[in-house]
Write a protein that binds this ligand. Structure first.
Ligand code: FAD
Length: 469
């Protein structure tokens, strides 16, 4: 234990207790610990030091994206997959150990392994391998993350063929046929990964369109790429039952009033994640939750108890690691700063769907900007047509498009959708421009390295395909 404090008869006393070893919690814990605060971080699983992202989320899934792209047609699917999972798990192990040592190694920080449950507003009970420990603290940060939503479909919860995304990532058996329920970001990312590893993937989506939130031109281009890779999309498909057989499962779905079936080796429910508040004893702490089960917070991430904060997925905000990180900045600003930062400061939050090439978006879509009453200029170009971006040709990835939504009156960028090589990096530049009021013309006229993907902005932003008024 890094925390040189005896566990007395009435348990541990700390200045700050962090429940859950997620991104926001560990960042705040390290910062406060380095300033000398006595911090206890409680993590329920010794497999999860560092939280979801490095263990079962972003990092392993992007590791699998990377390995799946490297598979050649002559590679035996099962063996290649098994080797890829092993490499990904090695990285996970490295990061898990590093996270533990990094935090527990701070003189005044201690990591306690066990599930925390509130006993009262200042105290939690932790069931550790060495028995129960109570921890009492002046300030408490809840950072318990989120859990997958498993829809109430007959046969799904008890099915032997319906792994969670975590189980998929950890399993070394490659399914030959995979049905994914839900065409959201996580579902599509997994679809792209497994199709490239050699699985036959079907995405079953209840809505009439995949990626319904995005503009149609962007969604159509992305779905066309995924379909071209061999992924089958079935829209307006409502899954009504999962029937387990001896070696496979049958997915029953309704489409246009008719029942259909698919026989598969695995069914992945990818229907979202909900805040992990169940069993935390929040009622004993006097911490209110929202209708969706998230911890209710204000713009400073303070809960209904002024000394308790909630960071990351558990507070119902956007479910991204970088948002959890930003949450830690807000909380630290409350605890040791000027108390000025708030969630309202976030101008545009970028996001990336790590398909190949990636789709990264920020700000408003065209339809959102129109609905908000802006007069618009729309700049859009297919990547293959962007002469100023030879990098796409050099690395043989010319698929996709870049689209900018620009306010016609102010020249401010309202949003962008980049379906292109390097989009996961480019989107951060666009977001920074939006945040700091850099106009579309300034972004177009800027000096960029060559050959790079950023220099595409020199071209695309000069290509106005639609203008209002
Ligand atoms: C497959 C997948 C891919 C993803 N890809 C991306 C991506 O590319 N980019 C991105 O930004 N985001 C991605 N995400 C989302 C991202 O992982 C989460 O938004 C982020 O990890 C949330 O972090 P957090 O700080 O809220 O808590 P988490 O990292 O979820 O940590 C919460 C921790 O609390 C622990 N815990 C829970 N309850 C208790 C309790 N009662 N007592 C003690 N400990 C407890 C849990 O074990 C867990 O370790 C992905 C998620 C998944 C599942």
């Amino acid at each position: 234990m890094g925390f040189r404090m005896d566990i007395g008869r009435d348990g541990l006393h700390a200045d700050v207790l962090v429940i859950g070893f997620g991104k926001g919690g560990k960042t705040a814990a390290a910062a406060l610990g380095r300033l000398g605060s006595r911090v206890v971080v409680v993590e329920r699983s010794d497999r999860m030091y560092g939280g979801t992202c490095p263990n079962v989320g972003c990092v392993p899934s992007k590791g699998l994206v990377h390995h799946s792209r490297r598979r050649r047609p002559e590679d035996a699917a099962q063996e290649f997959y098994e080797a890829s999972v092993a490499k990904v798990q090695q990285v996970r192990e490295f990061m898990r150990a590093g996270n533990y040592a990094g935090l527990n190694g701070i003189e005044t920080v201690s990591v306690l392994t066990g599930r925390a449950v509130f006993l009262d507003p200042h105290t939690v009970a932790v069931e550790t391998a060495d028995g129960p420990v109570s921890v009492r603290a002046d300030t408490i940060l809840i950072n318990t993350g989120s859990e997958p939503v498993v829809p109430d479909i007959p046969g799904l919860r008890g099915s032997r063929f319906a792994p969670s995304s975590t189980q998929m990532i950890e399993s070394t058996r490659l399914p030959e046929r995979l049905a994914i329920i839900g065409g959201g970001y996580l579902g599509l990312e997994f679809a792209a990964i497994y199709q490239r590893f050699g699985t036959r993937v079907t995405v079953l989506e209840a809505a009439p369109r995949i990626m319904a939130r995005e503009d149609e031109d962007v969604a159509d281009a992305a779905v066309a790429i995924l379909a071209e890779e061999g992924i089958e999309f079935v829209t307006e498909a409502r899954v009504v039952e999962i029937r387990d057989g001896e070696h496979e499962a049958t997915v029953v779905y309704e489409q246009h009033g008719e029942k259909h079936t698919r026989t598969v080796d695995a069914v992945l429910p990818a229907t979202g994640r909900m805040p992990a508040t169940d069993g935390l004893g929040l009622d004993l702490a006097g911490v209110r939750t929202t209708e969706n089960g998230a911890v209710e917070v204000d713009g400073h991430l303070r809960t209904s108890q002024p000394h308790i904060f909630a960071l990351g997925d558990v507070n119902g905000g956007p479910q991204f690691t970088y948002i959890s990180l930003d949450d830690s900045r807000i909380v630290l600003d409350q605890l040791i700063g000027k108390g000025e930062r708030s969630t309202a400061d976030r101008v545009a939050v970028p996001r990336t769907l790590f398909m190949t090439p990636p789709l990264a978006t920020t700000g408003m879509t065209e339809k959102e900007a129109r609905a908000a009453g802006h007069r618009l200029r729309i700049a859009r170009q297919a990547v293959a047509d962007i002469i100023a971006m030879p990098r796409a040709y050099a690395v043989e990835e010319t698929r996709g498009l870049m689209k900018f939504v620009i306010d016609a009156d102010t020249d401010q960028i309202l949003g962008a959708a980049l379906l292109s090589i390097d989009a996961q990096e480019l989107i951060n530049t666009v977001t920074l421009a939006m945040r700091h009021g850099i106009t579309a013309s300034e972004l177009r006229e800027s000096v960029y390295t060559h050959p790079s993907s950023t220099e595409a902005f020199n071209d695309v932003l000069g290509t106005i395909i639609r203008a209002d008024g």
